[in-house]
Design a protein around this ligand. Structure first.
Ligand code: GAR
Length: 193
């Protein structure tokens, strides 16, 4: 059974998809805990599924390393096999990435290496490209630069708004995340860098 901690910053629709999948006793993974960098609305999904939550806000820490060390303390109590950044919008320091190398994956709403960063959907629309996508990749010290594990393409319909396009991407991401977690649990995908 693959054990997972999910980190979020927002509404947590990808988290919810994973919680629903893990609720099926035949699914080979379980979510042990959900952390956030703010009192994110998505934490309510974890509470609904009786999964433990923690919030570590960076404003209470002198620097990013101290903040991430506290985040790691919460994670280490749970000892997960995998940590999923599912809409976690803070950049984690090298100390954190190093500690969880090969166990840390990130979801990103573009066809990386195109449009890294916090505004991937907006940037794709501004660039006028005809397709974008969703990527899940290993986390390394760069911003959205780690080895790509899975990627799906999505056509961009003419005139679509940023919000609508992001929702369209998230529909794909939710399915993509559940499938990838299944494949990791079944040893069909390895995470060694
Ligand atoms: C997802 O689209 C995810 O790819 C994105 O945040 C959204 C979270 O949605 N992550 C990033 O942009 C990271 N750079 P959710 O809160 O509904 O799961």
């Amino acid at each position: 059974m693959l054990s997972i901690v999910v980190l979020i910053s927002g509404s947590g629709s990808n988290l919810r998809a994973l919680l629903e999948a893990c609720d099926n006793p035949m699914f080979p993974a379980k979510v042990l805990g959900v952390g956030a960098d703010n009192p994110a609305s998505g934490l309510a999904h974890a509470e609904e599924f009786d999964v433990t939550t923690f919030v570590v806000e960076n404003k209470y820490f002198a620097n990013r390393d101290a903040w991430a060390a506290r985040l790691a303390e919460h994670i280490d109590i749970l000892q997960p096999d995998l940590i999923v950044l599912a809409g976690f919008m803070k950049i984690l320091p090298a100390s954190f990435v190093d500690r969880y190398r090969g166990k840390l994956i990130n979801m990103h709403p573009s066809l990386l290496p195109q449009f890294p960063g916090a505004h991937a959907v907006r940037d794709a629309l501004s660039a006028g490209v005809s397709k974008t996508g969703s990527t899940i990749h290993l986390v390394d010290e760069g911003v959205d630069t780690g080895r790509i594990l899975v990627q799906r393409e999505i056509e961009i319909p003419q005139g679509i708004s940023e919000l609508e396009l992001h929702e369209k991407i998230k529909e794909v991401e939710r399915e993509q995340l559940v499938r990838l977690v299944y494949e990791i649990a079944a040893n069909e995908i390895t995470l060694e860098d």
